[in-house]
Design a protein around this ligand. Structure first.
Ligand SMILES: Nc1ncnc2c1ncn2[C@@H]1O[C@H](COP(=O)(O)OP(=O)(O)OP(=O)(O)O)[C@@H](O)[C@H]1O
Length: 746
């Protein structure tokens, strides 16, 4: 794209020198102001939710949030762990019954693990669309059925299906309970509630061998294991019903809203919001540095978390000759310190967070390193009892670190994205550190033994994990501040719309930052376009106009800020959904299918809509009717048309969608003046009809001739905003464009 044209200055004359000096002085003043503005926003403590607040007892936290969410979360996780432990503990019986090898059974069961991690993403998607109690109840009912399926399995394929189903049915737990706990309990007590949820995993692991072993022994015989699965199906089914009866859908982001804005924001229009996809959620969450470093840290730690128990089991078998049953018992006992540590850590987290939130994350980093050190010490010990005690202490430290993760995710993720954010974290643990790392560590272990493999893997994993947590802690205040800022902005906007609903802008961009990778190109953009208004977006080369349009149409996800269409947020909606909602962009010099005829091009543009053939034909006729120059060319192939006619076809292809907001990027680029006039006539007609438009145009005169208002951008910021007539009178800006071109071309 080229920049706006303007009257050339008198090159070389004293007037130019004075003007250049003035512009440069103005430029340095602006840059200074910009640097100040781009300082990351960090709010004072009293504005950060829960920081400096009075202590809230666990009892009061539960009184305010109710027992239902936490009770169901704990019980369902415990039973899910029990079912996994049943498979581990009763493996010899199951293996013998089906004539499977060790590896064969583990391979069958591991599909459940994969389904558990990858299933979290669609479950988060679901949790955003239906009340979460249905997701909990549905998943629990599914788990009950699959447990019955495992109990009745007649062959390995059926067993495989049942295990995968059990894994998939547990996939909702992290995103759905993560978001339910975040929305259901006040911030001051959230660490403790999350610690109860986290503690359910080691509790299930600790109880598993005892429960599974006892049931199988009681039932007796070669098929005793079936009773263990069947016995677990009953409580899960009961919990599914309990979820339907007792779970209430909490308002999303309720406690943050209450703390920050003093009220719970009206969510009645939530149904009108465009759904969030995991891709956009991931793109946005990745830009929240605390979250980014925490995910990397968890990913690195995943290497140790997954390989250590596995290698340790092998070590207990190979070096000490312990059988499967004994190993199961021993490793279960090793969970006990971690249960205690988690409960203590939840309490300490809440306390520490109230004083200094970043410290919670740094301490989690130290705990990860302590886990690494203790595991290494354990590996040096030959005495099995000492080795195991040391390892059990080590797991207590990871337990402490893990307790911090979910409440921290809750504090930095925008409340609309929380379910997805919770679903993303385990993917890092399992895929980055766990799956990839396990292969490497397995290979080292095969060649040099378990002690060597772990002595290499544990320091790498825990030092990297600890460091990444420590690093992420630097950004915590800033990221919490952003979440607060977004809530305040949302409150202000809702009030404004409520006070004057007639004047809700068609497009609203607030506080928008955008980066390509680490290079930030848009800074704090604020922009509104009223209904029926035509806004000219102007600026020098590389000012950020196209980037801004990309973010508006959903091709780029902002680091910060909000985009609304008619008052509803579409910040996290993907491009296609925005397009369906009416944000349609004409891209300069592109966009037609050369081999298709004009009419076919227009029909193709409507393929993704639900219009009836009659409606579609009507729209095509209406759009083409605006362009007399295309009257005789309807059956011509687009490639046989002139450049100007192709641009008309491209514009007609946008008009068939009857856009709510039409974005025109370079209408006149490379076209003859006579064609431009013809296109302009259509645009002016659209303006008379009340179409809301944003126009990026290289020709300043052209843009200002039909725009109501103009925005002038420079270096990713808006430098001027006002009526088109006013901009035409701002000699300095017009000349800055021109001087920019002169400097750039030298
Ligand atoms: N895909 C990309 N990756 C990295 N940087 C990019 C990318 N696209 C644009 N940029 C950078 O972003 C900044 C803004 O570019 P953008 O194209 O949005 O400006 P513009 O105002 O539309 O300029 P032009 O009129 O020249 O197209 C520039 O510094 C540019 O180099």
């Amino acid at each position: 794209m080229t920049e706006p044209t303007a009257e050339p200055a008198d090159p070389g004359g004293p007037r130019t020198a004075t003007l250049t000096a003035a512009v440069l002085a103005e430029e340095s003043r602006r840059q200074e102001a910009q640097t100040q503005r781009s300082e990351p926003l960090v709010l004072p403590d009293e504005l950060l939710p829960a920081v400096g607040a009075a202590e809230l007892s666990l009892r009061d936290t539960l009184r305010r949030g109710g027992w239902a969410i936490v009770t169901l979360a704990v019980l369902l996780v415990v039973i899910e762990q029990l079912s996994r432990e049943t498979t581990n503990v009763l493996a010899p019986d199951i293996r013998a019954y089906f004539g499977l090898s060790d590896t064969g059974l583990m391979a069958l069961a591991s599909f459940g693990g994969i389904a558990l991690v990858l299933g979290a993403v669609p479950m988060a998607w679901l949790a955003d669309r239906v009340p979460r109690k249905y997701v909990v109840a549905g998943s629990a009912a599914g788990a009950a059925l699959c447990l019955v399926g495992a109990a009745l399995a007649g062959n390995t394929f059926q067993l495989f299906l049942a295990y995968s189903g059990i894994g998939l049915a547990a996939a909702y737990s992290t995103p759905v309970f993560g978001s339910l706990i975040s929305d259901g309990y006040p911030l001051e007590g959230r660490g403790r509630i999350f610690s109860l949820h986290a503690m359910a995993t080691p509790l299930g692991l600790a109880l598993g061998p005892f429960t599974a072993g006892s049931i199988a022994t009681l039932a007796g015989g070669a098929e005793g294991w079936r009773w263990a699965y069947l016995a677990l199906a009953v409580p899960v089914a009961v919990l599914a019903i309990a979820a339907l009866v007792f779970l209430r859908e909490p308002v999303r982001g309720r406690y943050e809203q209450e703390t920050v804005t003093g009220e719970v924001l009206d969510q009645s229009d939530r149904g009108g919001e465009l759904p969030i996809t995991i891709g956009t959620a991931f793109a946005r969450m990745k830009k929240i540095k605390t979250f980014y470093f925490m995910c990397l840290g968890i990913g690195a730690l995943g290497l140790a978390l997954i390989t250590v128990p596995l290698q340790l089991t092998l070590l207990l078998r190979d070096e000490y000759g312990y059988g499967a049953f004994t190993r199961g018992w021993i490793l279960s006992l090793c969970q006990i310190p971690s249960i205690v540590a988690m409960l203590i850590a939840g309490r300490r987290f809440d306390r520490m967070y109230r004083v200094d939130p970043a410290r919670t994350m740094r301490v989690a980093g130290y705990a990860i390193v302590a886990y690494g050190v203790l595991t290494l010490v354990a590996l040096r010990l030959q005495q099995p009892a000492l080795l195991l005690v040391c390892y059990a202490l080590a797991t207590a430290f990871t337990g402490m670190a893990l307790v911090a993760v979910n409440p921290l995710v809750a504090s930095v993720a925008p409340y609309r994205l929380r379910a997805q954010a919770f679903a993303i974290v385990p993917i890092f643990t399992f895929l980055m550190g766990g799956f990839l790392g396990a292969l490497v560590v397995g290979a080292i272990s095969d060649a040099h033994g378990q002690r060597v493999a772990l002595t290499i893997a544990v320091p790498v994993s825990t030092v990297a994990g600890g460091y990444l947590f420590h690093r992420g802690a630097r950004y915590l205040r800033q990221d919490i501040s952003r979440a607060v800022e977004e809530l305040l902005e949302e409150q202000e906007e809702r009030r404004r719309i409520a006070a004057d609903p007639q004047h809700t802008p068609v497009l609203q961009v607030r506080n928008l930052d955008f980066s390509y990778g680490t290079v930030q190109v848009l800074f704090g953009i604020d922009l509104e376009v009223a209904r029926g208004e035509v806004l000219a977006l102007l600026g020098t080369n590389g000012a950020g106009k196209s980037s801004l349009l990309r973010v508006i149409s959903g091709l780029g996800i902002p680091d910060r800020g909000v985009i609304r269409l008619n008052g509803r947020s579409l910040t996290y909606a993907e491009a296609e959904l925005r397009f369906r909602a009416g944000v349609v962009q004409l891209r300069g010099g592109a966009g037609v299918f050369p081999e298709l005829t004009v009419t076919e091009n227009l029909r193709t543009a409507l393929l993704t809509t639900d219009l009836s053939p009659a409606e579609a034909k009507d729209r095509v006729d209406r759009a083409l009717g605006r362009f007399p120059a295309l009257a005789d060319a309807r059956q011509s192939r687009a490639c046989d048309l002139s450049g100007g006619q192709q641009q008309m076809v491209a514009l007609a292809m946008t008009l068939v969608h009857e856009p709510e907001l039409l974005i025109i990027d370079e209408l006149s680029l490379g076209l003859a003046p006579v064609v431009v006039q013809e296109l302009l006539a259509v645009v002016e007609e659209l303006k008379r009809e009340g179409t809301t438009m944003i126009i990026v145009e290289q020709s300043l005169n052209l843009a200002l001739s039909f725009a109501d208002r103009a925005v002038f951008m420079e270096k990713g910021r808006i430098m001027f905003e006002g009526s088109a007539a006013e901009l035409a009178g701002r000699d300095d800006l017009v000349r800055a464009v021109f001087l920019g071109e002169t400097r750039g071309s030298r």
